[in-house]
Design a protein around this ligand. Structure first.
Ligand SMILES: [Zn+2]
Length: 684
């Protein structure tokens, strides 16, 4: 498939004649993406047309499998484009991504609204139980069918118009919601000119505030509501009245009665979401969203949140009492208000655990960490990693590794890209350039990538990781294992293509090793002296990780209650946002109410991003990973049998069965919250 007008072949379209069929990064130029995407869309449309014009009656193979295979080249191009746009971008590449993105959206909308295609899918779906389909095939079919249904494909013509209106308005006002919060976050500043107002703040924070002031042509210091400024200010400022001012500004964003107030938008969004869910035949929005989750009903999510709350609330009260007493003993003679919490917590934490990043970093040399994580995968699953040199890379700092199994079988190609660069997004992520699938007898192995922003080496020091960078590496590596070990037939349900509340199990699970003496003892030595990390330090890391966990858990649960309350409404909401919110959150709230505050109006996870009826997922994933790791602790953290079971039942299976079935096969029972309660120190 080549564009005919070009004399030079477009490398994105041809066969990739590289080791492991990896992207020919050395040949791909920014200009290649758009024409390649256009050509690939034309080709994919023909593939879809071939499905709909097939004279044979619809069956799994000629409809679902054919649809699954369609657009392979397009998918390959999109993954290179968007992965590069995150890891190694430029103004030009960003512009291309912005042009190609709507083309892809249009194409996928065309598919969802293709009536002939939907009729064929529905015909296969309606006869699914007497077609001799395997579990994996049934799941693929249900997933495809569901995506059409949620896209409005099953609606009668007269309802479709309203459906489109509501969908469009929802995407528009969710954006407005987020923009309002951003405006309000930017609108506030705390401008200080008296050095005594800086009492307690660390030098680095003061410097940042001074730079911010200079940027705004002011004297003195400017603090803002952005996290890097707001959080340390609340933790360290000794000026209570300034903390109060900051907190009140933060918690009243988009709730101040001005043009950026989100009250009306919250109501509009929950009402439209309810309307759309009910048009599609669900009783409320949560029921629609939860349909393909591990916690697949409102009742399951609510009882999960309730049960966890029963255990965490007493611990939260203990945490609160500890901080209250500590504050009292340190000269605070008033109630503990919201703006006192972070300040006294931080002080007490420091007193109790005298441990910080600078003390730990020398033990976490990136090269040793990388080797240690690879050999952990060897110990658990028998994997081996071999560095590969003769392969095209998108940047000189990227390393490519071949991953192979104990018996020498090739499993995957893994790219690691560790350090920050101007063209790289912040944060850390795992992604694929190709996902695992089977094509007849051929097992197409994945191309996996881990991208992070770890501290660089300097002239005098190797790259040394903070403890949280160590857990980040383990986390992303856990996602990578899910992709590397995948042994599924269909790409849309292979590797990490699993239910949203299941996908963080393999990643969070790996983080547990960072707290294990048995593992750290093997490799964590001081990069200069060679001295082993002390047992005392490991103990302190562990203890510090459970500090105020009861309180933190209560708070997360409160957000979960609020989320579920907004998204289980079955009739139009006409009440008061603030009253509704305080009613739903009051059982988890430990502080006196502040009249000017509101959470919903700035809760972008729920009303902007995609966490609606999904906030519970954070805690849900923690329960899973703690319970899974609990099994390892019980049998020995390097136990090969348990590891093999985790590999066979979870890591290899992607989304080929219901997550609960996969989990039960691994664990022998459903997950219990006890392991999390234990790990977080919530049980006394
Ligand atoms: Zn993750």
């Amino acid at each position: 498939m080549q564009t005919k007008t070009d004399s030079v072949p477009n490398p994105l379209l041809g066969k990739w004649d590289t080791p492991f069929g990896s992207p020919p990064f050395d040949l791909i130029k920014t200009d290649h993406f758009k024409p390649a995407a256009e050509e690939a869309i034309r080709y994919a449309s023909k593939e879809i047309e071939a499905v709909t014009s097939n004279p044979d009656p619809a069956d799994f193979s000629n409809t679902i499998e054919a649809l699954e295979r369609a657009g392979e080249t397009l998918g390959r191009i999109a993954s290179v484009l968007f992965n590069l746009n995150s890891a190694e971008t430029s103004k030009e590449l960003q512009a291309v991504a912005q042009e190609v993105s709507p083309m892809l959206t249009r194409f996928s909308n065309d598919i969802t609204l293709n009536e002939e295609l939907f009729h064929r899918i529905k015909a296969v779906y309606d006869t699914r139980y007497n077609s001799g389909l395997s579990t994996e095939q049934l799941i693929l079919l249900e997933k495809k069918y569901r995506s059409f249904i949620l896209g409005g494909a099953g609606l009668a013509e007269e309802k479709r118009k309203r459906f489109r209106e509501v969908s469009e308005e929802l995407s528009q006002i969710s954006l407005m919601f987020e923009e309002n919060v951003l405006e309000e976050t930017n609108a506030f500043e705390l401008h200080l000119t008296d050095p005594s107002d800086l009492r307690g703040l660390p030098d680095g924070i003061i410097e940042m505030a001074s730079a911010e002031a200079t940027r705004k042509n002011r004297t003195g210091w400017v603090f803002t509501l952005h996290y890097p400024s707001y959080v340390p200010f609340m933790q360290y400022s000794e000026k209570r009245e300034l903390r109060e001012k900051m907190l009140k500004a933060y918690s009243s964003r988009s709730y101040r009665g001005n043009e950026h107030d989100n009250r009306e938008l919250v109501i509009r969004i929950v009402n439209l979401r309810r309307e759309i869910a009910q048009m599609l035949g669900f009783s409320n929005y949560a029921e629609m969203v939860l349909g393909d989750r591990m916690a697949d009903s409102q009742a399951k999510v609510e009882s999960f949140l309730d049960n966890l709350f029963i255990s965490s609330h007493p611990a939260a009260l203990r945490d609160f009492e500890n901080i209250r007493k500590y504050a009292l003993a340190n000269g605070h003679n008033d109630r503990i208000e919201r703006w006192d919490w972070a300040y006294f917590s931080e002080k007490l934490k420091k007193e109790r655990f005298s441990i910080d990043d600078e003390m730990l970093k020398p033990y976490f040399n990136l090269t040793s960490v990388c080797n240690a994580i690879f050999s952990l995968a060897g110990k658990l699953y028998g994997l081996r990693f071999r560095k590969i040199n003769d392969i095209p890379l998108y940047h000189a700092e990227v390393t490519a590794w071949e991953v192979y199994d104990a018996d020498g079988k090739h499993l995957a190609l893994l790219y690691t890209d560790f350090h920050p660069r101007p063209g790289k997004n912040g944060g850390a992520w795992m992604t694929c350039y190709r996902e695992q699938r089977k094509d007849g007898a051929a097992d197409i192995r994945p191309l996996v990538s881990i991208v992070t922003n770890f501290s660089r080496p300097t002239d005098t020091k190797p790259a040394l990781l903070t403890f949280s960078e160590l857990t980040t590496f383990l986390h992303e590596f856990g996602h990578a294992l899910h992709a590397i070990l995948s042994d599924c037939t269909y790409e849309s349900i292979s590797g990490t293509n699993v239910a949203r509340d299941f996908v963080e199990l393999p990643s969070q699970f790996m983080e547990n090793w960072a707290y294990e003496k048995e593992w750290l003892d093997e490799w964590a030595v001081h990069y200069q002296t060679g001295e082993r990390i002390s047992a005392d330090m490991i103990e302190k890391i562990k203890e510090a990780s459970t500090f105020n966990e009861g309180y933190a858990c209560d708070r997360q649960l409160g957000f979960g209650f609020l989320d579920m309350a907004w998204h289980t409404l079955t009739t139009p909401f006409e009440g008061d946002v603030r009253l509704f919110e305080s009613e739903k959150m009051k059982r988890s709230d430990l502080f006196p109410q502040i009249d000017s505050s509101n959470m919903s109006c700035s809760f972008t996870h729920l009303f902007g991003g995609g966490y609606a009826a999904g906030y519970y997922g954070y805690k849900w994933a923690e329960v899973l990973d703690a319970d899974a790791f609990g099994y390892f602790v019980e049998k020995g953290i390097f136990n090969r049998e348990v590891a093999l079971s985790f590999r066979k039942n979870i890591l290899e299976k992607g989304g080929t069965d219901k997550p609960m079935n996969l989990y039960v096969r691994f664990r022998g029972r459903e997950p219990s919250i006890d392991a999390l309660l234990n790990r977080s120190g919530l049980i006394q």
